[in-house]
Design a protein around this ligand. Sequence first.
Ligand SMILES: [Zn+2]
Length: 102
Amino acid sequence: MSGFPQAKTDLLPNGQRYSSPYLSDFVGGKVFTVCPKCGLQRRYDAARLLERAGDRCLPDLLNVIAAAEGCPRVGDKDDRCNLHYDIERMHQQPLAQSRNGS
Ligand SMILES: [Zn+2]
């Protein structure tokens, strides 16, 4: 027996919404990215990144970051950039609360 399929996301009336998390979900924290191939490691303030890049879903945003950082393998279909989020670190941090670091 089956009930309603569980929708994971709401569809906005003016467009689609991906089921992926959005950058705005991480405001108040940091966004960590790492590319093992290039050795690229970056940490962004989510709020600042949001201002610069707009509110994008994370997979989308990754391409923007890779291009902005000049990863040499961006767009290379044979040897793709392996840039990805360090999701674990991103979830370990306290979100949506501001802390004054000492
Ligand atoms: Zn790369």
